[in-house]
Design a protein around this ligand. Structure first.
Ligand code: SAH
Length: 267
């Protein structure tokens, strides 16, 4: 890392082993690490010589304003620091990395982007759910469950999603899960479509709920599941019956060897 540069890095979904080598190098070289709430403490332990600046929510206080964070990065870079901006998952996936990079650009600060493993892909993999499967989907749709006002996004075309999105992967969807499920079903998505909720994915606290679109909201309410969580809606969720590799590692037998029932077709 060069002094005066900002590295905008993804930290992955939680498991420190999912960090990239670029991010690890940055942690070791940075003078300052500005990190978000979803970055694991074990990852920050690698920042041996850096000052740590927290930029997320804590103790019920509202998160630092986005513009304040961006300007803090500018200030640190202009002071000649090697700045690591570390964000959960991938910085360019529902992470406002683009906005921060724009502010850096506007202030003439050099920056580099280091992608990370996004929760909507890596988190599902840790639950044994392949985000694509040849027999299920030839596309994936990533959706945010709320917009900048905290409401379910008004800009989404639920009918198009219900009809056209083969697999939906929903970030920040817990709060509005009922609304989302109702919109999709009202637009024709069958209520028996498999659905899963993966909380604290890739961490020791990972919890997975398997359900259907019709029961999604009730089952979340009846559980003690809390954000952060990824919702996945689609038949790929069924693959967990075979591929729950964490359960397999603990000695459990697979619930099914062919959850999609497609082997007969020569898959
Ligand atoms: N840039 C991040 C997403 C930030 S938005 C990424 O690429 O993963 C925050 C949302 O990400 C959370 O509300 C949740 O939906 C999801 N998320 C992040 N980390 C998660 C984790 N460990 N387990 C489940 N969901 C996670």
């Amino acid at each position: 890392m060069e002094p005066g540069w900002v590295w905008l890095c993804g930290a992955g979904p939680g498991d420190p082993g999912l960090l990239t080598l670029h991010a690890l190098n940055a942690l070791r070289q940075a003078d300052v690490v500005v990190y978000d709430a979803l970055v694991s403490p074990e990852i920050l332990d690698w920042a041996m010589n850096a000052e740590l600046v927290y930029a997320g929510k804590r103790g019920g206080k509202p998160s630092a304003k986005q513009q304040d964070i961006s300007l803090k990065l500018v200030e640190l870079a202009k002071a000649g620091k090697r700045v690591l901006r570390l964000k959960g998952g991938d910085p360019f996936v529902f992470g406002r990395g683009g906005e921060e990079a724009q502010t850096l650009l506007a202030h003439g600060v050099n920056f580099r982007i280091v992608p990370g493993i996004s929760a909507g892909i890596g988190g599902l993999a840790y639950a044994g759910i392949p985000v694509t499967h040849r027999d299920v989907n030839q596309s994936v749709t990533f959706v945010t469950g709320h917009d900048h006002t905290g409401q379910a996004p008004g800009s989404l075309n639920w009918r198009a999603l219900a009809e056209g999105a083969q697999v939906l992967v929903i970030y920040m969807g817990m709060k509005h899960a009922r609304h989302i499920a109702n919109e999709l079903m009202a637009a024709g998505r069958p209520g028996d479509t498999p659905a899963a909720v993966v909380c604290n994915a890739t961490t020791p606290d990972q919890q997975v709920l398997e359900t259907t679109l019709a029961h999604l909201a009730d089952d979340i309410e009846a559980s003690d599941l809390q954000p952060p969580a990824i919702l996945c809606i689609g038949h790929n969720v069924k693959m967990r019956e075979a591929l729950d590799w964490q359960a397999l590692a603990e000695g459990a037998a697979p619930r099914s060897l062919d959850p999609l029932g497609v082997k007969a077709q020569g898959a």
